[in-house]
Each structure stands twice: as structure tokens, then as C-alpha cells.
Design a protein. Structure first.
Length: 139
């Protein structure tokens, strides 16, 4: 009568280890090449896309019923819901509070005024040689 052989042999264990090392090595090489190419890639930010992103955030903010402006300077504006939009010239970005929402912006200025009895915020936005001035009326 033959005894049943259970388990793995030393040879099969060695083969498993070699295959696993090869798979991990291949994954490491592919990941390294991908990360290097990602770092070397020159990302171009479309000025229209940056303006659209800013406009989306800012429009949502000024359309809140009863929103008020606490402070408005050339490079930032603060609303009474504790949301601040700031242009930081050093890194060419626009921030909503501490989150960067736009990149590669040449300039962005904020000003406030009154038109037809309503508060109006004028935003002058320059990116990629494109110049846009938009007026937002607070509700």
C-alpha cells in the first residue's frame, strides 16, 4: 500500500519563489518607467479650463442666498460663510480657502461695487494671454 504524499517539495517551493521574484521585478520596472515618464511629462494647463474651473466655484459661492462680502482687496475676497478666494502671484494659483483650484494664472483681481442697488463683484482674470473680466451679482 502506498502512502499519500501531501505538501510541496523543496523544488516546487524554489520555483514559486523564483516566479514571485520575477513578477515583483517586472512590476517594479514598469512602475519605475511609468513614474519617470509621468514626472518628465510637461502638463499644459488650458486657460479656458482654468477659467471655467474658477467660474464654477465662484458662481456657486455668489449664488448662495443672502451671501455677503466681509472683505474685498485686489488679490482676495472673503465671504461671510468663511470662504476666501485668493490669488497668490508667487505660485500663479487661485485658492479657495487653502485648496488650490487654478494653476498658471498670470493675474486675478477682485473688486466690489454697487449696481442697480445690488452688490456686484468684478473679477479680472488673465491666464495664457487670455484676458477675461466677469461681473457677478450677489443674490
Amino acid at each position: 500500500m502506498m502512502k499519500s504524499q501531501k505538501g510541496i517539495t523543496l523544488i516546487s517551493l524554489t520555483i514559486y519563489v523564483i516566479v514571485m521574484i520575477a513578477v515583483v521585478g517586472i512590476i517594479a520596472v514598469v512602475t519605475g518607467v511609468f513614474m519617470k515618464s509621468l514626472k518628465d511629462a510637461d502638463f499644459y494647463n488650458d486657460p479656458i479650463a482654468e477659467y471655467t474651473a474658477f467660474n464654477s466655484y465662484f458662481s456657486e459661492e455668489v449664488n448662495h442666498p443672502g451671501i455677503k462680502i466681509l472683505e474685498c482687496k485686489d488679490d482676495y475676497i472673503v465671504f461671510d460663510n468663511n470662504v476666501q478666494y485668493s490669488f497668490i502671484a508667487e505660485n500663479k494659483g487661485i485658492y479657495r480657502n487653502k485648496v488650490k483650484i487654478c494653476w498658471d494664472i498670470d493675474s486675478c483681481t477682485f473688486s466690489q461695487g454697487i449696481e442697480n442697488g445690488k452688490t456686484v463683484v468684478t473679477v479680472h482674470f488673465v491666464a495664457g494671454g487670455q484676458d477675461r473680466t466677469t461681473k457677478y451679482t450677489l443674490k
